[in-house]
Design a protein around this ligand. Structure first.
Ligand SMILES: Nc1ncnc2c1ncn2[C@@H]1O[C@H](COP(=O)(O)OP(=O)(O)OP(=O)(O)O)[C@@H](O)[C@H]1O
Ligand SMILES: [Mg+2]
Length: 258
C-alpha cells in the first residue's frame, strides 16, 4: 500500500454519496445549471469536462454550497446540504475543495495552513493536528517544507499543500476545479500523481480537468457538460473513443488536436 492509500475500511463503498436531483441555477437571467441529475458514489472518481462557461465550476461550487441553487436538491451522505451556521462549516470540512489558485494563507507556514482547519473547525488539539499535518505533507512530498511560507514553494508544491490541507479535514469527498491549469508543465504531473494515488486509495472525487490522461487513468466516469447541461456521461474508454453527442465530438476534436 502506498502512502496516500486509505485502509479499505469503508463498508459502504459504492453507495450514493453526493446526489444532485433536478438542480437548476440562475445568475440573474442566465440559466447556468439546467436540470442537473448526478449521483457520485462512494469511492467513485468522476471527471467533469466541457467547454468554457458550461457550468463546471458552478457545479462544483454548489456541492460545498459556495453557491446556492435555485431549484432541486443536493444531498451529501443522505442529508440535504445545510443552509448556514456550524453545520455549513462542517459541510465545508466534509467536502474538500482544491481550486486552480491554491489559496494558501500567505502569512502562515505550510504546517499552519494545514492545521488551521482541524484546530478551528474540528476542535483537534494542536499537537495532534501538527502530527497529522506533518504526515499528510510527507505523503504529498512536501514534508520537508513544513516550516516555510507559501511564497517559498513552487506552484506544484503549493497545490500539493492545498490537497493536504483539504485532506486534513478528513473529507467525505474531494472536489478539484482545474487543479493543474495554473501550473507550469513540469509541475502538473507531480500534482496529478498525488491525485491518482488518492483515487486509487478509494477517495470519492469530482475532478474538473482538461487533463485527459488523468481522466483515462483515474476516472470511473466522465461527465461532459455543455451550456449548463450534462450532455453525456460514460466510462472514459467509451467517452474518448466513441463520443455520442455532436457537442462532445466537437469538443474532443478540438482538445485532442493539441
Ligand atoms: N458569479 C457569477 N455571476 C454571474 N455569472 C456567472 C458567475 N459565475 C459564473 N457565471 C457564468 O455562469 C456560466 C458558467 O460559469 P462556470 O464558471 O461555471 O463555467 P466553467 O465551465 O467552469 O468554465 P471554465 O472552463 O472557463 O472554467 C458562465 O456563463 C459564466 O459567465
Ligand atoms: Mg471553471
Amino acid at each position: 500500500m502506498t502512502a496516500l492509500e486509505k485502509e479499505p475500511t469503508t463498508p459502504a463503498q459504492g453507495e450514493p454519496l453526493v446526489v444532485l436531483s433536478d438542480v437548476q441555477k440562475w445568475y440573474g437571467d442566465l440559466h447556468v445549471l439546467k436540470d442537473i441529475n448526478l449521483t457520485v458514489h462512494r469511492g467513485e472518481v468522476v471527471v467533469v469536462i466541457g467547454p468554457s462557461g458550461s457550468g463546471k465550476s458552478t457545479l462544483c461550487r454548489t456541492i460545498n454550497r459556495l453557491e446556492t441553487i435555485g431549484e432541486g436538491s443536493i444531498q451529501l451522505d443522505g442529508k440535504p446540504l445545510p443552509e448556514e451556521g456550524k453545520a455549513l462549516a462542517n459541510l465545508r470540512a466534509e467536502v474538500g475543495m482544491v481550486f486552480q489558485s491554491f489559496n494558501l494563507f500567505a502569512h502562515k507556514t505550510i504546517l499552519e495552513n494545514v492545521t488551521l482547519g482541524p484546530i478551528k473547525v474540528r476542535g483537534v488539539k494542536k499537537a495532534d493536528a501538527d502530527a497529522k499535518a506533518q504526515e499528510l505533507l510527507d505523503r504529498v512530498g512536501v514534508g520537508h517544507q513544513a516550516a516555510k511560507y507559501p511564497a517559498q514553494l513552487s506552484g506544484g508544491q503549493q497545490q500539493r499543500v492545498a490537497i493536504a490541507r483539504a485532506l486534513a479535514m478528513e473529507p467525505k469527498v474531494m472536489l478539484f476545479d482545474e487543479p493543474t491549469s495554473a501550473l507550469d508543465p513540469e509541475m502538473i504531473s507531480e500534482v496529478l500523481d498525488v491525485m491518482v494515488t488518492l483515487a486509487k486509495g478509494g477517495m470519492t472525487m469530482v475532478v474538473v480537468t482538461h487533463e485527459m490522461g488523468f481522466a483515462r487513468t483515474a476516472a470511473d466516469r466522465v461527465v461532459f457538460m455543455a451550456d449548463g447541461q450534462i450532455v453525456e456521461e460514460n466510462t472514459p474508454e467509451e467517452f474518448f473513443t466513441n463520443p455520442q453527442s455532436p457537442r462532445a465530438q466537437d469538443f474532443l476534436g478540438k482538445i485532442l488536436k493539441h
